[in-house]
Design a protein around this ligand. Sequence first.
Ligand SMILES: Cc1cc2nc3c(=O)[nH]c(=O)nc-3n(C[C@H](O)[C@H](O)[C@H](O)COP(=O)(O)OP(=O)(O)OC[C@H]3O[C@@H](n4cnc5c(N)ncnc54)[C@H](O)[C@@H]3O)c2cc1C
Length: 427
Amino acid sequence: MPTDVLVVGAGPAALAIAAELAERGLAVAVLAATDPRDPWSNTYGIWGDEVDALGLGHLLEHSWSDTCSYFGSGSSDPADPANSPTRHGRDYGLFDKTRLQQFWLERCEAAGVQWIRGLAEELSHGSGRSQVRYAPALAADVALIEARLVVDASGHKAVFVQRPELGPVAGQAAYGVVGRFTAPPVQPGQFVLMDYRADHLSEAERQEPPTFLYAMDLGQGRFFVEETSLALAPPVPYATLKQRLERRLAHRGVAIEQVEHEEFCLFPMNLPLPDLDQPVLAFGGAAAMVHPASGYLVGALLRRAPVLAAAVAQALRANPAAASAELAQAGWQALWPPELRRKHALYQFGLEKLMRFSEPQLRAHFSTFFSLPKEQWYGFLVNTASVPELIVAMLRLFATAPWNVKAGLMGMQGRELALGMGLILTR
Ligand SMILES: Cc1cc2nc3c(=O)[nH]c(=O)nc-3n(C[C@H](O)[C@H](O)[C@H](O)COP(=O)(O)OP(=O)(O)OC[C@H]3O[C@@H](n4cnc5c(N)ncnc54)[C@H](O)[C@@H]3O)c2cc1C
């Protein structure tokens, strides 16, 4: 059967879009370097309200109602009010990776997705169709597959999709451990989104780029603790993060007893949007869909895959002779409409600011941000608020922020001005 859409990749983005396209009756093939059934190594977290709105709460392995962050100055005195947590009042969950993968795999298989193992190498467009040359996993030769449209879902280092070069890309870096500890590293039953306390560091170290602890109780004596740098170019090295994690724990009298799994996390936070007039479409990390202010992606994949698949299916049916460029065009418009592009520009502008903030500024900023009404900070973090709603939230943040944060928000440095202009000019 001729292929309508060839999806490249076998991560969450590839499976999500392949399932949605195939369920709309399209002939879909997935070309992946690895077996799509190979277990994923990343842990994926999501807010409870976000997963509930998608009706997918059953895909979670863990969830927490006791969710908080620490933005105080972090003296070691527990009686110090600066040590009290900011309570988020919203549930947070971790996906069961196997169940999430299975959820998409089963839908792909039921809808007849064809699996091809190989490394995509070259893309060309002839007679209005797309041809992909790939190195098959089980043969020495190069093979060719033709499709009406190619969707590049090969992750952040995308194989085909092109984007403008706009300078250094900031990476979110983290080093984490799932394991057992000599004492609970967080309160039993607790999820900590960001612990910015830094009293385990010297004054000189506190001048270096700040990092925070992301941590959770997994039950039965197991915890996940991860030292994280929100975003930096070049990224904070793993060795620094590991050392900071160990020192943070030691400062609280906690040592790692048994390592079950180590997580090395690095992905780009502010990739420029791809060119929206190219004849190949993209989805997921390849399409710069990671939220530039939080690093989250999975919720966006689940929300946006049906919208994109519907647009592609409609374009294919509307014009059975449509060329790849035309189909990709319909897809890009659905994936990155002006409203989402404006929001992306706004988040990128915000991230640029945060990357310049000192440790006290960051703590004060986040403390103010999470004091906003819950709908406002949640709408910002999950990308469900409209542009006007985001602007209202940001104005409120500015009005209620302390002076050190106001000063940081007002001063324009580096490429902030260009990003701000981009925000105004996005159409
Ligand atoms: C450690 C870590 C933790 C994260 N935690 C979260 C989280 O909690 N919540 C969240 O929402 N996001 C999280 N993210 C961010 C984001 O969700 C992930 O990076 C996500 O895996 C990106 O999905 P993707 O499908 O776009 O790309 P990937 O998962 O990177 O998948 C790319 C796929 O393409 C294949 N491929 C690549 N090149 C080729 C080629 N030439 N030919 C054929 N196949 C190819 C690869 O083999 C792979 O199967 C995390 C990221 C990391 C690294």
